[in-house]
Design a binder for this molecule. Structure first.
Ligand code: ADP
Length: 573
């Protein structure tokens, strides 16, 4: 029988969806509309979970955090023009944090570009400062190849954001099924295997020098950040710390790679540890503002830095005593092996270990004394202690904690306890506020066994509060706790001379409606809301919502006079 079944033509939307599915993509975040709605629908029919948001900004933040949590590029799908512009927030956040992400935007018809077409924008130009690679499919035949390129590039070398432009005329072109199949096969065959510096280029003499520096140091310190977390280097770090007895300091998102409760944790003695160490092994963390640029007065001027980073540029920028370019996990394996041949361990009686541990204990007990008080109306510490204990009560797998806000994030960083890797997401390298709900949604889908708990200032929450509807729609196990003190930094903090002019009777730029009923927002969509103002009310709301694992907002009334301006970053304001 020579009859051949008629082939259904495949358009650009279908081919793009097929390309993503064939590359192993399992999740996509975004906002649909002309010309990409059918791409999203097709992706779903091919087994990709599409998380539909209200705003591309939040969806983009979600995609960036998904990339960090899974090590696979997080995908953001947007419409043209304004959709792409809103999405830049997520793409830039991925770049700033060095997380893998791909933004895919529809764009206007190539034949109408320059004539004022619907949502027209030169998107390739617009994304340039925020992406490692941006490509446009100029014909349907380019689609599979472009998809493979952006997915590969996002994870290779230093992770970051890539961009794929899909013009509407291309999305409407068609090919036959068999043409589509051969385009897909050719593209997949061209995929470079994930290229990342794995440390194999490091001279063994450099590893010897690193081990020797640590061995000879009088006051060594191991610092690790979210690059080490991304590299899943927790086992190698544990081995290094426990074999050598060297105290360690995590950056905010490095927290949890080793438990905060570990005997060698120097977090509570941070100033002493960084101010006095003579050799610091810094793994997957930049010597940027978060680490005071590695300079005096916070660090000693004689400290010798050993930097481990996947990015050669980063190491060249910082000019450390020794730079080791490679994947954190691989490089730590090499260092561990080198140390094993000639082992050393500082031990608890080592003067440096003793000094760090004594200072940490003193600071912890001072903080605990503050935390133990039940202050009502709530300051920041009392509810944070109650939340800390509730989170610890969940056990393993530990919840993912999402945190943003000025005071709320600052206080949360020192009070909340991280016991497992990659369980803290916060404003990050850029200090990006507004990431909260996007991060919650990403964490809930990337880590389905974990509860997600967001501890948010009311201003941080407000950036993306509408996404509580998204939580309810997908029934995600997310509990959002809003520290409600009536505004940015806690409402009207103006000095008398700042209150003048014809609009002096307007609310202060830092104020929100006092007593805002944020818990009712989620109730509008069928989620659960609580309003709490006392320890017992908060405890019972946490108890119920942590067991229910349903979308919840707990609106915590905080004394508007309790916070400090800009948290602990006053000097920057
Ligand atoms: P933190 O905010 O925790 O201090 P940063 O974002 O400043 O961390 O630094 C993370 C660093 O980790 C970046 O310089 C990035 O290049 C690096 N990095 C990313 N992936 C890896 C990896 N697999 N191995 C080592 N370093 C990595």
């Amino acid at each position: 029988n020579s009859q051949i079944a008629p082939q259904t033509p495949i358009d650009g939307n279908v081919l793009a969806a097929k390309s993503f599915a064939r590359c192993g993509v399992t999740h996509m975040f975004g906002v649909v509309g002309i010309p990409v709605t059918s791409l999203a629908n097709r992706a779903v029919s091919l087994g990709i979970r599409f998380l539909a948001f209200h705003n591309e900004q939040s969806a983009g933040y979600a995609a960036s955090a998904y990339g960090y949590l899974t090590g696979k590029p997080g995908l953001l799908l947007t419409v043209s023009g304004p959709g792409c512009v809103h999405g830049l927030a997520g793409l830039s956040n991925a770049m700033a944090n060095t997380w893998p992400m791909v933004m895919i935007s529809g764009s206007c018809d190539q034949n109408d570009f320059g004539r004022g077409d619907f949502q027209e924008l030169d998107q390739i130009e617009a994304v340039k400062p925020f992406s490692k690679l941006s490509v446009k499919a100029k014909s349907i035949k380019d689609i599979p190849n472009c998809v493979v390129q952006v997915l590969d590039r996002a994870v290779s070398g230093r992770p970051g954001g890539c961009y794929l432009d899909l013009p509407s005329d291309v999305l409407h072109q068609t090919v036959t099924e068999s043409e589509a199949e051969s385009l897909l096969t050719a593209a997949l065959n061209s995929s470079e295997s994930r290229s990342i510096a794995n440390g194999s280029e490091i001279a063994s003499s450099d590893i010897e020098v690193a081990a020797e520096l640590l061995r000879k140091a009088e006051r060594p310190l191991i610092v690790f950040g979210k690059g080490a977390a991304y590299a899943r280097a927790e086992n190698e770090l544990k081995k290094l710390v426990e074999n050598t007895g060297i105290p360690f300091l995590p950056t905010p998102m490095g927290k949890g790679l080793l438990p905060d409760t570990h005997d060698l944790a120097a977090s509570a003695a941070r100033s002493l540890a960084i101010g006095k160490c003579d050799v610091a092994l810094v793994v997957g963390a930049r010597l940027n503002w978060l680490l005071h640029f590695g300079e005096p007065p916070k660090w000693s001027k004689d400290v010798k830095f050993i930097l481990v980073d996947v990015s050669k540029d980063e190491i060249e920028l910082r000019k450390p005593h020794l730079g080791l370019v490679g994947d954190a996990k691989k490089v730590l394996e090499l260092i561990n092996k080198e140390i094993k041949d000639d082992p050393f361990c500082l031990g608890n009686n080592h003067p440096w270990v003793e000094a760090v541990s004594k200072k940490a204990k003193e600071n912890v007990s001072r903080m605990e004394a503050q935390l133990a008080k039940d202050v009502v109306p709530f300051n920041f510490l009392t509810p944070m202690r109650i939340i800390r204990d509730a989170i610890l009560g969940v056990g393993s797998p530990a919840p993912v904690v999402v945190s943003e806000g000025a005071n709320t994030m600052d206080v949360g960083r020192s009070v909340l306890v991280q016991t497992e890797p990659r369980t803290r997401l916060d404003a990050g390298t850029w200090g990006t506020m507004g990431v909260g709900l996007g991060y919650c949604i990403a964490a809930a889908v990337a880590e389905p066994d974990r509860l997600v708990v967001a501890v948010e200032g009311d201003s941080g929450f407000g950036f993306s509060a509408m996404e509580v509807e998204t939580l309810v729609r997908y029934q995600l196990p997310v509990v959002v706790i809003v520290f409600n003190n009536g505004g940015v930094y806690g409402g009207d903090r103006r000095s008398p001379e700042e209150i003048s002019g014809p609009f002096k009777d307007d609310p202060a730029p830092t104020s929100f409606v006092p007593g805002a009923a944020y818990h009712k927002l989620i109730e509008a969509f069928g989620g659960k809301g609580y309003l709490v103002g006392t320890p017992d009310e908060l405890k019972s709301a946490l108890d119920e919502s942590f067991s229910a694992r349903k979308p919840t907002v707990i609106n915590v009334t905080i004394d508007p006079y309790a916070g400090a301006e800009s948290g602990r970053l006053q000097h920057k304001n």
